[in-house]
Design a protein around this ligand. Structure first.
Ligand SMILES: N[C@@H](CCC(=O)N[C@@H](CS)C(=O)NCC(=O)O)C(=O)O
Length: 62
C-alpha cells in the first residue's frame, strides 16, 4: 500500500499523551512516518516555522 509522506511533530520528551497516541497508532498500523520533535519548554511551538504548520501551536501536528 502506498502512503503519502507523513511527518509527526511531537514534543522532544514525548511528554504529550496526544503525540504519543499518534505515534503508537502510526507504528501499530505500520504506517511509515518521519518524527520531528520540538522543545515545548523552549517555546519552539511558538516559532514562526511551527506556526506555519499548526494553527493551535501545539503538538501533535501531522
Ligand atoms: N489535541 C489538542 C491538545 C494538544 C495539546 O494540548 N498539546 C500540548 C502538549 S500535551 C501542547 O502542545 N502544549 C503546548 C502549548 O500549549 O503551548 C490540540 O491538538 O489542540
Amino acid at each position: 500500500m502506498n502512503y503519502l509522506s507523513i511527518t509527526l511533530w511531537s514534543d522532544s520528551s514525548f511528554f504529550s499523551p496526544y503525540a504519543m497516541s499518534v505515534y503508537v497508532a502510526l507504528t501499530e498500523k505500520g504506517i511509515p512516518f518521519t518524527l520531528k520533535r520540538i522543545d515545548l519548554a523552549q517555546h519552539q511551538q511558538l516559532s514562526s516555522d511551527y506556526r506555519a504548520l499548526s494553527l493551535t501551536c501545539r503538538v501533535p501536528t501531522l
